[in-house]
Design a protein around this ligand. Structure first.
Ligand SMILES: [Ca+2]
Length: 401
């Protein structure tokens, strides 16, 4: 067994030799390993097995729980089930090397494992089989490895270090989290700050979430209406609910103020993830009367493939709002991969009829095991019937802690 720690600090030439040896082992392993998916899968007749796949690319960390009806799947198939889009290369048809995951690595080819291009990095493969609680370097290639119920797979792009380990039960337990929102204060008109509550994966029964507000620099009764031990329900099969805090505006120039929204308890079998969110009241009294301003929002994404959560960003106009007004809102990803991390809507004209003060820009967030943050901006342009007081807001999509 070759341990990762034994390879750390190895000279580059030796590193390449060790890697070649590993490749040969992987090829040899593939030659004698049984076909991983042999035999018909009896879907429906067997309970689903589950395993976890943890991948660190350097640009992001993914922790994904996969499920499969077979007794085992190969390490490559586990990566596919996790959505890692593995790029592989077959050495002589006998063994399979992993060249790239989530778009990070090398193209398929003889130099897939590196060593000749001056870049020492490669995809190091670690495993924590069921019953163990830490990663061990895998000397057998992923194509020849059988991933079984309870296993945790680990991959890290680098020079042989392991990714951070998490246990499968910790990753598979549904987790509830709360987001943040920044909302323009308003002049005392009815207005709510809405934060998003998300579940990491849907449940077969309703999930109750108990939420309480707490003063920060914003004071209950002055800046907002307190909410204590309010119960919100995330319906069975769903992954989100919304929690609204009434905001009490004024026309005095002040600093921005904040309050916290804390999830104090939830249903049995659900753990708390990001338990505290922040509501920021954006003072808008320096803006011209009638000016538009966009807020900010943060959400914790769900992890169950096929589910969507949403994040809503307020676009408010200050002042009497007696006439109609319009403004165009454009969402631009800043480092996020369009369609994978955030579904970017086309630019949209927001229409405010007389009396209307707030519209919301809604972004859909696909489920992902990605725990790293991704951001997008919401920009305002082409206003009519009003000016622009704050033209850019930030949407942050993160994973649970
Ligand atoms: Ca104010």
């Amino acid at each position: 067994m070759v341990r990762s720690s034994g390879r750390r600090g190895a000279r580059p030439v030796r590193s390449v030799l060790v890697r070649c040896a590993l490749t040969i082992l992987a090829v040899a392993g593939a030659a004698v390993a049984p076909a991983p998916s042999a035999g018909p899968a009896q879907a429906g007749a067997q309970p689903l097995n589950q395993a976890a796949v943890i991948v660190e690319t350097g640009a992001g960390t993914w922790r994904t729980v996969i499920r499969f009806p077979q007794e085992s799947v190969s390490g490559i198939e586990a990566l596919r089930l996790a959505g890692a889009e593995p790029v592989t290369y077959g050495f002589g048809g006998l063994g399979t090397a992993v060249c790239a995951l989530y778009g990070v690595g090398r193209p398929a080819g003889p130099n897939c494992l590196g060593g000749t291009d001056g870049d020492p990095r490669y995809w190091a493969y670690f495993r924590a089989p069921a019953g163990t609680a830490s990663f061990q370097y895998s000397p057998i290639g992923a194509g020849a490895t059988s991933v079984r119920d309870g296993d945790v797979e680990g991959w890290r792009w680098g020079t042989g270090q392991a990714p951070a380990y998490r246990s499968l039960p910790a990753l598979a337990t549904p987790t509830v989290s709360v987001g943040d929102v920044t909302v323009p204060e308003g002049d005392g008109d009815p207005r709510a700050a809405r934060v998003t509550l998300t579940l990491s994966r849907p449940r077969a029964t309703d999930t109750e979430v108990v939420v309480t507000t707490t003063d920060g620099s914003a004071l209950a009764g002055v800046d907002y209406r307190a909410r204590t031990d309010r119960v919100r329900t995330i319906r069975a099969g769903r992954v989100r609910a919304s929690f609204a805090v009434p905001i009490l505006g004024n026309t005095t120039v002040q600093p921005n103020r904040t309050l916290t929204v804390t999830v104090t308890s939830t249903s049995p079998g659900v753990q708390l993830g990001r338990a505290t969110g922040t509501v920021t009241i954006l003072d808008d009294d320096g803006w011209a009367s009638g000016a538009f301003g966009v807020g900010d929002a943060r959400v914790v994404r769900s992890e169950e493939p096929g589910t969507l959560t949403v994040v809503r960003v307020p676009v408010a106009r200050r002042g009497p709002a007696t006439g109609p007004a319009t403004v165009t809102a454009t969402v631009t990803p800043t480092g996020a991969l369009d369609g994978r991390d955030v579904i970017v809507p086309p630019p949209r004209v927001l229409t405010y009829e007389p009396g209307r003060r707030t519209r919301w820009v809604t972004l859909q967030i696909p489920a992902s095991g990605l725990i790293s943050e991704r951001t997008a901006t919401v920009s305002l342009s082409a206003p009519s019937g009003a000016g622009i007081g704050r033209g850019t807001g930030v949407v942050t999509v993160g994973g649970r802690p």
